[in-house]
Design a protein around this ligand. Structure first.
Ligand code: G6P
Length: 369
């Protein structure tokens, strides 16, 4: 097992560091030589079918569901097709509005999650085409789906998903741009710029990983706390949910992710002197709104770690600690901003002496109901 860990102490840390290459492999062969178009070999969904779509459902469980929340922002922004995201175990037991004009995207690292597989079959029964984003091409979900986009993250061993999640985001970027290309919802020049920005993400992730040690110190500071909050707006809120789940899964510290604008509707009451708050502020258009939410929690004594883009100097003055990520397009920041959150949960779990790779009560893949 030690050799499989490539010198890393845990699979989770190894997998965190494998992310840049997982992105490169997931992008490989999916961009034409001119760097202008997305190509999906084997995708049968016709242009006519894409033009007919009036709704997209994204269905998944756990971390894959959180990737779907980012996917919604990406697809809606690039194509203006309405997207609904649902937890598979909810979707399958209600009467979802699915027709032959709906595309259902199921997301699953393992491709074996029972609820996601059942939701896939139910969607097909209702007449929808199902596209699977999965890391295991031979899995049950890949076999049953009408279309497959494989993430090429390689085997993920640690129960807490890292590289599979971020590779799912890459798959959503590729597919979102592809849909926009077919539907001509963004100009060709803009598409080219997006594709270039997408190709920079592996290198930018390497830059974030170089600062892993600063995060280690932050983990030491929060390990004694019993509760923590993650806040963000828009796409940052989706990342906050994933950061919070990751921390709970392996450190067993209670945490909550909140849409920053919702704080004043209740949760603000839970912020006390010293409560750690991780504030994601990567969306330039929402900086000011986030700054006022940060002031709200600071006024109640919160200790705030801000995760923001390197050019957002303004935020430094409002937070206690700051974690900077390289400048990136608004839709692409989740890939970079989630890395410090993954590292925070890893180092906190480590500092608490937990079994990082095999947290209590959790399974890597849930193949029963
Ligand atoms: C389990 C794992 C989670 C994972 C979820 C969905 O609960 O512990 O980490 O996100 O299943 O798994 P899937 O393989 O469908 O992505």
């Amino acid at each position: 097992e030690q050799t499989e860990k490539d010198g890393f102490e845990h699979f989770m840390l190894k997998e965190i560091y494998e992310q840049p290459n997982a992105f490169r492999k997931t992008i490989l062969n999916r961009i034409d030589s001119a760097g202008k178009n997305i190509v999906f070999e084997g995708l049968q969904l016709s242009s006519e079918q894409i033009h007919r779509l009036d709704k997209i459902f994204i269905i998944a469980c756990g971390t894959a569901y959180h990737a779907g929340l980012v996917g919604k922002h990406v697809i809606e922004e690039l194509t203006r097709i309405p997207v609904e995201v649902d937890v598979a175990s909810e979707f399958r037991y209600r009467r979802p509005i699915v027709t032959d004009k709906t595309l259902v995207i199921v997301v699953s690292q393992s491709g074996e999650t029972a609820d996601t597989l059942a939701a896939l079959r139910e969607s097909q029964r209702l007449g929808a085409k199902v596209l699977a984003i999965t890391n295991v091409p031979g899995s049950s979900i890949a076999r049953d789906a009408d279309e497959v986009i494989a993430t090429v993250a390689g085997p993920e061993i640690a129960v807490a998903s890292t590289k599979a999640y971020t590779s799912q985001l890459i798959a959503f970027y590729l597919f979102g741009i592809y849909l926009a290309q077919v539907k001509e919802t963004i100009p060709e020049e803009e598409r080219k710029v997006m594709i270039e920005a997408l190709c920079k993400l592996p290198e930018q992730t390497e830059v974030v990983l170089q600062h892993a040690n600063d995060i280690r110190m932050y983990a030491e500071a929060i390990k004694g706390h019993s509760s923590l909050f993650f806040i963000g707006r828009g796409i940052d809120y989706a990342v906050a949910l994933e950061g919070s789940l990751k921390l709970k899964e392996i450190s067993y510290i209670h945490s909550e992710a909140y849409a920053a604008g919702e704080l004043k509707h209740g949760t603000l009451a839970l912020i006390e002197e010293g409560t750690p708050v991780i504030a994601l502020a990567t969306q330039t258009e929402l900086y000011e709104k986030m700054a006022s939410n940060i002031k709200e929690v600071k006024a109640r004594g919160a200790h705030v770690l801000g995760v923001t883009l390197e050019e957002n100097i303004e935020l430094h003055r409002n937070v206690d600690d700051v974690c900077l990520i390289p400048s990136a397009m608004a839709l692409f920041t989740p890939v970079l901003s989630v890395i410090p959150l993954q590292l925070i949960s890893y180092y906190t779990s480590l500092a608490l002496g937990n079994d990082v790779d095999k947290p209590r009560n959790l399974a890597k893949s849930v193949t029963v109901e």
